[in-house]
Write a protein that binds this ligand. Structure first.
Ligand code: SF4
Length: 327
């Protein structure tokens, strides 16, 4: 697992050795096993990995939203210099750190007008100034016009893309420092996806807010992120700048993800899937979580967690191959 973190004065979020488990009738599901990363002001961090890799769980853990079945522990969990304990996160959630989810229909209340829902977010966080003006302003910024009319309408009167725009409006209405976007475009068609990503880019540019973008779509990450974390089996496999990860991927799992991506300029006809299934987190592997699907697996990979290989200040990966090659 990767634990090396760079300190920086611009750092707004620091996560060290984050563990999250869910207690189910079948036993303890170890969803996160020692995740560490940091985020700078204004930075966009992309987190990629297949379903069950722990990317959403990491964000829910930071937001204090794992529910009663979840148990979260960390050596450090800090945002803007404050520990994200239950008390602090309650006052920061929605105001300093906001989150948007994949499916806007489950996040918007169908029986309340969108204007009412936007106003509520402002009231909850004691917005100073005219609440109505702010709602009209933010609706116009996300392209829902005429805002004075449309704020009286209900979620079902908006298209899928417009509902996602409303969710973005609701998330950024209190001008958060950090926006966590969990698969914000997965449920949308390609044209609307491009519009939503453009909108998020514009909001970031005028507000200077940081963003964590969770997606299984490496193409979205390549276009939007500054840095990338690749997760698998509740651990970080590789992290680096977008250039480092896309030009010089090192971890066998990252390489597998790259090979499964369609390339428009390539003559290759078939995509190469990563054979096998993600690990059972009720009984996570003792060694490398990728061991059962890795074509380079060695004996040591079965029983011992891989050491971190540091390639640059920003590029690190967790695999025995580099250690063996350098021995
Ligand atoms: Fe994991 Fe070993 Fe494969 Fe590296 S070589 S990814 S440590 S199984």
């Amino acid at each position: 697992m990767i634990k090396v973190i760079n300190m920086n004065n611009d750092e707004i979020l620091r996560v060290e050795n984050l563990h999250t488990s869910f207690f189910t009738s079948a036993g303890e599901v170890k969803a996160l096993n020692g995740v560490s990363f940091s985020l700078k002001r204004g930075e966009v961090l992309g987190i990629a990995g297949e379903s069950g890799s722990g990317k959403s769980t990491a964000m829910l853990s930071i937001m204090g939203l794992t529910g009663e079945a979840g148990r979260v522990s960390a050596d450090k969990l800090e945002f803007m210099g404050k520990t994200l304990d239950a008390e602090n996160i309650k006052s920061m959630r929605g105001k300093d750190i906001a989150m948007i989810f994949q499916d806007p229909m489950t996040s918007l209340n169908p029986v309340l007008s969108v204007g009412y829902q936007l106003k509520e977010a402002l009231k909850r966080h004691h917005w100073e100034g005219s609440i109505r003006d702010r709602v009209i302003d933010i609706m116009a910024k996300v392209g829902i016009v005429p805002a004075e009319e449309r704020m009286k309408q209900y979620p079902h009167q908006f298209s899928g893309g417009q509902r996602q725009r409303l969710m973005i409006a609701m998330s950024v209405i209190c001008s958060p420092v950090l926006l966590i976007a969990d698969e914000p475009t997965t449920a949308l068609d390609v044209t609307v996806q491009a519009q939503i990503l453009k909108l998020l880019r514009e909001i970031r540019e005028y507000s200077g807010m940081s963003m964590i973008l969770i997606t299984h779509d490496l193409g979205v990450i390549a276009g939007e992120a500054d840095r990338v974390i690749i997760m698998y089996g509740g651990e970080i496999m590789e992290e680096g700048t977008v250039q480092e990860i896309f030009k010089n991927p090192k971890h066998p799992y990252t390489l597998g993800l790259m090979k499964s991506l369609p390339k428009p300029d390539s003559k290759r006809e078939r995509l190469i899937p990563i054979e096998g299934q993600p690990p059972d987190l009720l009984n996570p592997p003792e060694g490398c979580p990728f061991v059962k699907r890795c074509q380079n697996a060695m004996k040591i990979c079965l029983h011992k967690k891989p050491e971190v290989s540091v390639l640059s200040d920003t590029h690190k990966y967790s695999c025995w191959l580099e250690v063996k090659n350098n021995a």
